[in-house]
Ligand binder design. Structure first.
Ligand SMILES: C[S@@+](CC[C@H](N)C(=O)[O-])C[C@H]1O[C@@H](n2cnc3c(N)ncnc32)[C@H](O)[C@@H]1O
Length: 267
């Protein structure tokens, strides 16, 4: 069995229980030391064979899988493997080679960054969508038409920008492109190495993003959150879900809720 395991954003206790169990039972682990802290390997048993994928090609990784047909293999991916995880090509190989595999989800860096900032990314009246995206950069040929940061910026939704910290000027320019839903004073937060011991959180605005991102000195393991959902408390409306005046499947609204502050169920 090959287990594609989400390692989480970095802190060793932010891997799932299932992910930790797969590491503890693994005969072979393939991991990227450039993306995942070594502390994650503390979940492994002594004697496990470890391959660092930092300098490996896909072919190198597949050769490890082929050489360990009867072993428990863990491929550790940062965050959640479904987001910029490069797992699809490995899944395709597993299917073609008739190898059993599973995917163990992980805590994505977008969740870890929001936790570091202590913000919800979807605030009623301000943002009800989150765009996970990146600058095209060196992989421009991989970027489908219409998926540029500037194209998504038009919507003004909350945006989480991955893999783009090395080009701060380009990122700011795209966020403020023609017809953008953001302005220079729209809140932005730079989260460097969320949940790692040296995590940095820099609160800024889209207009100051390039300057402040450059000032962090970080070009990798950086997530940038953008949007009005990041404005200080009270900028948005409260949610309907816990509003005493709002009914839903499990609770009927209380007509006296505004005076008692408590919802009472009506027959
Ligand atoms: C190859 S992608 C993998 C994303 C990962 N699958 C996830 O769900 O977070 C690597 C990028 O994810 C972001 N990233 C991953 N871990 C991070 C962390 N702990 N703090 C901030 N950004 C992180 C950065 O943008 C980094 O360049």
């Amino acid at each position: 069995m090959i287990s594609f395991v989400g390692a989480g954003p970095g802190a060793p206790d932010l891997i799932t229980l299932r992910g930790a169990a797969r590491l503890a039972a693994a005969d072979v682990v393939v991991w990227a030391s450039s993306l995942v802290p070594a502390a994650l390997l503390d979940h492994c048993r002594p004697g496990v064979r470890v391959h660092d994928s930092k300098t490996m090609t896909l072919e190198d990784v597949l050769a490890v899988y082929a050489a360990h047909a009867d072993d428990a293999v863990v491929r550790l991916h940062s965050g959640d493997p479904a987001v910029y995880g490069a797992i699809q090509e490995q899944i395709d190989w597993c299917v073609a080679a008739q190898r059993d595999f599973e995917i163990v989800p992980g805590v994505s860096s977008v969740a870890a960054a929001a936790a570091a900032v202590q913000r919800e990314l979807t605030i009623p009246g301000l943002a009800q969508s989150v765009v996970l995206t990146r600058l095209a950069g060196r992989t421009a040929a991989s970027m489908p038409a219409g998926e540029s940061v500037a194209a998504f910026a038009v919507h003004g939704a909350t945006m989480a920008v991955f893999l783009s910290a090395a080009r701060p000027g380009e990122l700011q320019a795209e966020l403020l492109g023609p017809a953008s839903g953001y302005g220079p004073d729209t809140p932005a937060v730079i989260v460097v190495r969320a949940s790692w011991p040296d995590e940095q959180v820099v609160t800024t605005t889209v207009g100051s993003l390039a300057r402040d991102l450059t000032a962090t000195g970080a070009t990798m393991t950086v997530l940038v959150l953008v949007g009005d959902a990041l404005r200080p408390p009270s900028a948005g409306a409260r949610s309907h879900l816990y509003d005493p005046m709002y009914s839903h499947t499990y609770r009927i609204r209380s007509i006296d809720a505004t005076t008692t502050g408590r919802a009472s169920r009506r027959a």
